[in-house]
Ligand binder design. Structure first.
Ligand code: FES
Length: 848
């Protein structure tokens, strides 16, 4: 390796390897990694520490920076999501550029996933550290960009989490848009009768907050509206909101209700009453609606125009109203999209939709609510009579591998609350709750459960297998295994309620795409870090509140709404914000468009953010607007002239990592390129979950799979790799909108080319792994490793040697990217003496 970097400065690298308590040290022999690191080019000091991220660990590094005049730093520890910012700060505190830092993840990618292969895990840790040293040797000093911040917020979702966030922002005098797709704010909480465990009237405590939102001068309420498009970046988002036509003019409607009184059409109120009560074709979903503005349901309206007449001189009805798109400029966004309740119809064994008296818990909620369709008189649907016996079934569609594997969290308490309420109202009612477990993790929740037992509510441990209906009485028999009695039992009830799963609110997937925020395998928004950044999304400036991120009860939703407001205000009150300089840059000398005859538009087409100034035919080279560039690197890989570079992920840096990881026994290795977001986090998730897979696997992380130049894949095979994986987000979830799509097109071509060269299928794969698919990551790694071991080193070498001439031809331009030639020269020179057979074959071919 060169003794000097680009700026002719002597490279002095410090390597620091963490034990992470025993998380790393119990599997990886840390002292060996340290000794090995000392032998790496330009490493002047290498040390270990029990907790490198601790104050003493950081102080040790800071002291060494001075004592050893370090100008580059590598830490072998955990995931970059956790401590990259920590160590970058160490560098900047000591006056070094924070981008002169690399982290090798030897915990999630080694000790946690190769717990039973200690020597191999240690070898992998050494190579990951060496790859980080190789990469940091070619790092450039980068400066953060400072961008102005628009001091306005957008909250999406007007349930209790969104309301709390908007009110807190308003308290800080931050102008806030609150957008909700329903005609009124209030969300799920407005539908509830009472809340657990305090038994407060739900709407009584929520309505004043709804009114506060309506009255606030800092909040612009946009109900019956949906966010359609989002572009921009932290501090500067442009958001298109579609305002659906209410056919009632908001500035004229006084909410008097005369229109609704004369409307001749009644339809079931699904919006608020679960279809149990009626509403008119012109309606407000609930009496306490905010805003108290009527909406016409055009699917029900017969256009008799009686409402127009009733409205009289106010002239608030406008049948000509059209959808309208409004563009908002905001500095931060809070997604508080709430939840829907799962429809249990697919669970045929429970007969929902077939048997009149099988209901959902939300229907039960509305049936005992004084403001509900029966004015609080609890009746069963088949005969409108008070049921004397009631069965309540927990975990319907939750904790069920067929539907939703997760626990919906609040249903135990919610069911107990409904049982308690009914027991108070009707002491003679015999109520039985069927449960798998009872989960009461909140404050005073366990005491509430105890009170329910004392009140005479029965609990049966068992998940019912079936419900049968007596066709004459319409009574129901619940067939279940009773764990306490260890036998099958049958229980008869006059009515049954199903506590169905909470699921992500409809439309979340589309919104997530617009926000470029990943969702997890169940469809909830994914937080940036489950423990340390539970409110942040992975898109800077976009925050998550309440059930947008997973099922939450009311106190949790309120707390998250306020927390999200705090996170957003941190940006909005800052005036300016610093953003990462990991952006693309066009070398004007190499851009084809310096020739006025060139019509090249590849980079502009690759960029989903409009960050490229592309003027073909003018003789002007393309130019990237740094503030608009999100740093995916897709344009870099697409550029036909190798004229674009992505800082921090230059061709040279990636090649340096590849050459390091494939220097020894490449034919036994699986080399994986992952994107930073879904797949990178998926690989981390495998680590956190301790899913084991073979230790002959090595990772290189880029920001997006869109950055993967086909040359990287070809070069890996030229170097003799056993197998190569490119892993990114599921196409629709790419953090950079279309990066994955662009990669898909390129990767398909590579696949065909490699197979034509005679490569065994399975040695190159392109995969989609989401941030929660650790199990999938470990399966893919295992499968690819099996392909490599199945072929054996000889088989891989023979196949690679056969492919070499074509690979070489294909790689004719690999040296053109930034630093690529320098890196390749250095590594080629270093390989003298440790030539693999593939390289020898390669050189023989070259001579011929
Ligand atoms: Fe994962 Fe684009 S960010 S593929």
């Amino acid at each position: 390796m060169t003794e000097n970097n680009d700026n002719n400065e002597e490279l002095r690298i410090g390597v620091y390897v963490c034990h992470c308590g025993s998380n790393i040290g119990s599997v990886v022999t840390v002292p060996d990694v340290v000794e090995y690191a000392k032998t790496l080019p330009n490493v002047v000091v290498a040390k270990e520490h029990k907790y490198m991220c601790s104050d003493p660990g950081q102080s040790m590094i800071k002291k060494d920076i001075h004592d050893f005049r370090l100008n580059r730093l590598v830490v072998g520890a955990c995931t970059i999501s956790m401590h990259e910012p920590t160590f970058r700060t160490v560098l900047s505190d000591e006056g070094l550029n924070p981008f002169f830092f690399e982290m090798a993840n030897i915990r999630e990618h080694s000790s946690w996933v190769h717990a039973h292969e200690k020597p191999e895990a240690t070898l992998k840790a050494k190579e990951l550290v060496a790859a980080a040293v190789a990469k940091v040797s070619f790092s450039q000093p980068l400066e953060m960009f400072e961008v102005p911040v628009t001091r306005r917020a957008l909250v999406i979702g007007g349930g209790i989490a969104g309301i709390s966030a908007a009110l807190d922002l308003a308290d800080m005098h931050i102008p806030t848009y609150l957008v909700d797709k329903s005609p009124s704010i209030g969300g799920r909480m407005a539908q509830l009768d009472k809340t657990f465990p305090t038994m407060d009237c739900s709407i009584c405590i929520e309505a004043p907050k709804m009114v506060d939102v309506g009255k606030s001068k800092s909040i612009t309420l946009m109900t019956y509206s949906e966010v359609k498009e989002v572009e921009g970046y932290i501090g500067n988002f442009k958001v298109k909101v579609e305002r659906k036509p209410r056919y009632v003019l908001e500035d004229r409607c006084t909410g008097c209700g005369l229109c609704s009184e004369v409307c001749p059409i009644s339809v079931p109120n699904f919006e608020f009453e679960e279809g149990l009560g009626p509403r008119k074709a012109i309606y407000v979903p609930l009496v306490q609606a905010v805003p108290a503005i009527f909406t016409i349901d055009m699917d029900a309206c017969i256009e008799c125009f009686k409402c127009v007449e009733a409205c009289g001189s106010l002239q608030a009805i406008d049948f000509a109203q059209k959808p309208e798109t409004v563009e908002l400029e905001v500095g931060a966004i809070i997604a508080a999209t709430g939840l829907d309740m799962w429809d249990p119809t697919p669970l045929e064994e429970y007969g929902f939709g077939l048997f009149d008296n099988v209901t959902t818990m939300m229907e039960i909620e509305r049936l005992h609510c004084a403001g509900g369709p029966t004015v609080g008189n609890f009746v069963r649907p088949s005969d409108n009579q008070l049921p004397k016996t009631l069965g309540l079934i927990q975990c319907v569609g939750s904790r069920d591998k067929r539907y939703n594997e997760y626990c919906s969290g609040f249903c135990c308490m919610y069911t107990i609350k409904n049982a308690m309420l009914l027991k108070w109202l009707y002491p003679e009612m015999d109520i039985t709750i069927f449960r798998i477990d009872i989960r009461t993790p909140g404050k005073t929740y366990e005491e509430f459960y105890e009170r329910a037992r004392q009140a005479g509510i029965h609990f049966v441990q068992g998940r019912p297998a079936e419900i049968r209906e007596d066709p004459v009485t319409k009574n129901l028999t619940v067939l279940t295994y009773n764990a306490a009695l260890d036998r099958q039992m049958e229980y008869e009830f006059e009515m049954v309620g199903l506590a169905t799963a909470a699921i992500p609110s409809e439309g979340v997937a589309e919104l997530a795409r617009a926000l470029t925020v990943p969702i997890d395998t169940h469809g909830w928004f994914l937080e940036s870090h489950p423990k340390l950044k539970p409110i942040d999304s992975s898109t800077e400036g976009v925050y998550l509140a309440g059930s947008a991120q997973g099922p939450k009860d009311i106190p949790q939703s309120v707390a998250q709404g306020s927390a999200a407001a705090g996170r957003a205000a941190r940006v909005l009150n800052a005036g300016k914000w610093q953003i990462d300089p990991i952006v693309a840059y066009v070398d004007p000398k190499r851009c084809l468009n310096v020739n006025p005859k060139s019509k090249c538009t590849q980079c502009a087409q690759a960029c989903p953010y409009g960050a490229v100034i592309n003027l073909p035919g003018t003789g002007q080279p393309s130019q990237i607007i740094p503030a608009k560039c999100h740093g995916c690197g897709t344009c870099v890989a697409e550029c036909p002239a190798n004229a674009i570079t992505q800082w921090h992920f230059t061709d040279g840096q990636i090649l340096a990592q590849m050459h390091t990881l494939l220097a020894d026994k490449p034919e036994e290795k699986v080399l994986a390129f992952t994107c930073r977001w879904c797949s990178g986090l998926g690989a981390d998730n495998a680590g956190v979950s301790h899913f084991q897979y073979p230790a002959n696997t090595r990772n290189i992380m880029v920001m997006c799979s869109g950055r993967i130049d086909p040359d990287f894949v070809m070069e890996a095979f030229r170097l003799g790799a056993g197998a190569v994986l490119v892993s990114g987000c599921h196409t629709q979830d790419c953090h950079y909108i279309t990066g994955r799509q662009k990669a898909d097109v390129r990767l398909e071509k590579i696949m065909t080319q490699l197979e034509r060269m005679g490569m065994t299928p399975g040695r190159f794969r392109s995969e989609e792994v989401s941030a929660t698919e650790g199990a999938k990551w470990s399966r893919i790694m295992t499968e690819m490793s099996e392909v490599v071991t199945g072929l054996g080193p000889e088989g891989v070498r023979a196949e690679n040697a056969k492919m070499l001439p074509q690979l070489e031809k294909r790689l004719a331009r690999v040296r053109e990217g930034l630093d690529a030639a320098r890196v390749l020269d250095i590594f080629e020179a270093r390989l003298q003496g440790i030539k693999t057979e593939v390289q020898q074959a390669y050189e023989r071919e070259k001579k011929e």
